[in-house]
Ligand binder design. Structure first.
Ligand code: SDX
Length: 449
């Protein structure tokens, strides 16, 4: 009778081992028993970038990459974008259920009344150059929040965890807007409690001399949907960073700052910024064939395409496309859309991309909408960080309740030297004069290689 286990035969010793299978996985620790000599450390699994490693159990987000399915706490992303709002989805991610009306009212009241940041944080932002990248300022601002709320270190206290969740979701948009205003040399705009979450962010970014900045409905609707689409995405690079740093029991502000740092990278959250720069470099649809050739020569990457999990169309990219027209009706039309549409069409007709299962991901169209809203390119990833803060908080909260929670400390395959004798500096060989950074010493063949 088939059993849920692997039988592993170690051909070095002829010994066999029964390793149980649960949830379609084997525990890496079950490999440690596989040894040749009893005093060995034992077998490890090797999985750089964790391409085939489950790091945790989670019920926040479900993705079926082959089928292009994305669900949050069991609700499809399509339903949530059509029927919910970002703050309601943030509640769902964090607390696991759709809120009742009183629960949602209290949640929205708490977040609305925690959008201000301490005045001293303005001095932190004033220390940045005028042209500092806003993601660098957001990274510093989120980390600095940990110094204003030292009680957040009591991560075992549910009330402290709740307040950290509220403060992070409420204050990240304010810090994001402050970074934009600093870059523009404009005075900071304080939160307006009469506005909803998306309206308030756009007001803090764009308000000038008018008494109250009311953004166009099409823009706030599109932004709220974009916030929902970017809220969480299971164990992506930045969530992995939040969980890894959070596993040391550091406060949640510092753990979320690690997520901001990871999202900054052009292969992750920075891709939407890179997509716009790529579209501008292409300049016109006529240049697309030559650009795609450069991609095939690996001289370029088709930014906004490809995904570690989705080997089909990213469902978020499909949803975003529904909001492009309404946004362009409310703003100036962007010629970049033509280039993006033609680029997508040609790439999807080209087996180089379809063979590698490279389809548009969430970043391919989001940047075009932000551009149409008049948001500068280097703010795109900052806008990604705003809703992803809810996902990072939800995953961090879930980890606190995980009975298997331990400090993250991977192992390694050691490839360096062993047991060398120290060489006095006068006996060391090398060039008489050093020009430029020290050259990396050529790898010596491994012992026994
Ligand atoms: C996000 O993980 C998440 O969930 C992330 C995210 C989230 O919500 O948190 O969804 C958000 O980060 C979306 C992804 C945004 N990044 C980009 O758009 C940057 C461009 N895309 C890639 O660099 C790439 O596709 C990754 C990083 C997203 C995924 O890379 P993988 O899964 O490690 O795939 P790979 O690098 O092993 O590539 C497989 C093949 C390779 O070709 P071969 O060497 O086999 O011939 O596909 C090629 C790659 O060269 N390839 C690309 C490509 N992406 C992969 N070739 C050209 N252009 C690309 N964009």
């Amino acid at each position: 009778m088939a059993t849920d286990s692997l039988t592993i035969t170690d051909n070095r010793t002829g010994q066999t081992y029964e390793v149980p299978i649960s949830d379609g996985t084997v525990r890496a620790m079950d490999l440690r028993q596989i040894k040749v000599d009893e005093d060995e450390f034992g077998m490890m699994a090797y999985d750089p970038a964790f391409t085939n490693t489950a790091s945790c159990r989670s019920s926040v987000t479900y993705i079926d990459g082959a089928a292009g399915i994305l669900e949050h706490r069991g609700y499809s992303i399509e339903q949530l974008c059509e029927k919910s709002t970002f703050l309601e989805v943030a509640y769902l991610l964090i607390f696991g259920e759709l809120p009742t009306a009183p629960q949602l009212d209290r949640w929205m009241f708490d977040i609305t009344h925690h959008t201000f940041v301490h005045e001293d944080l303005k001095h932190l932002f004033e220390g940045f150059r005028y042209d500092a990248h806003p993601m660098g300022m957001l990274l510093a601002g989120v980390g600095a929040l940990s110094t204003f709320y030292p009680d957040a270190k009591q991560i075992g206290d549910p009330e402290e965890r709740y307040m950290a969740a509220v403060r992070l979701i409420a204050k990240v948009p304010t810090l994001a807007a402050f970074s934009y205003r600093h870059n523009m040399g404009l005075p900071y705009v304080y939160p307006d409690n009469e506005l909803n979450y998306a309206e308030n962010f756009l007001s803090m970014v764009f308000k000038k001399t008018e008494d109250r900045h009311i953004p166009k409905e099409a823009l706030t609707k599109a932004l709220d949907v974009l916030f929902i689409l970017h809220a969480d995405h299971e164990q992506n690079c930045s969530t992995n960073a939040v969980r890894g740093v959070g596993s040391s029991d550091v406060d949640p502000y510092s753990a979320v700052a690690a997520g901001v740092a990871a999202l900054y990278g052009p292969l992750h959250g920075g891709a939407n910024e890179a997509v716009l720069r790529m579209l501008r470099r292409i300049e016109s649809p006529e240049n697309i064939p030559e650009f795609l050739e450069r991609v095939k020569q690996r001289d370029e990457k088709l930014m906004g395409f490809g995904h570690r999990v989705y080997k089909n169309y990213d469902p978020r990219a499909r949803i975003i496309q529904q909001y492009i027209e309404p946004v362009f009706e409310a703003t100036e039309y962007s010629p970049l859309v033509e280039i993006a549409r033609e680029l997508e069409k040609r790439a999807l007709d080209d087996e180089y991309f379809t063979e590698r299962k490279l389809y548009p991901n969430v970043d391919f169209y989001s940047g075009i909408i932000y551009e149409a809203m008049g948001i500068p390119t280097d703010m795109f990833t900052v806008i990604f960080a705003i809703p992803r803060t809810a996902g990072w908080v939800a995953q961090w909260m879930e980890m606190q309740e995980d009975p298997e929670k331990k400090i993250a400390r991977p192992r390694q395959i050691y490839t360096g030297e062993r047991e060398l004798e120290y060489v006095p500096i006068e006996q060391r060989e090398g060039p008489e004069k050093i020009v430029g950074p020290p050259a990396r010493r050529p790898k010596r063949p491994r012992r026994g290689a």
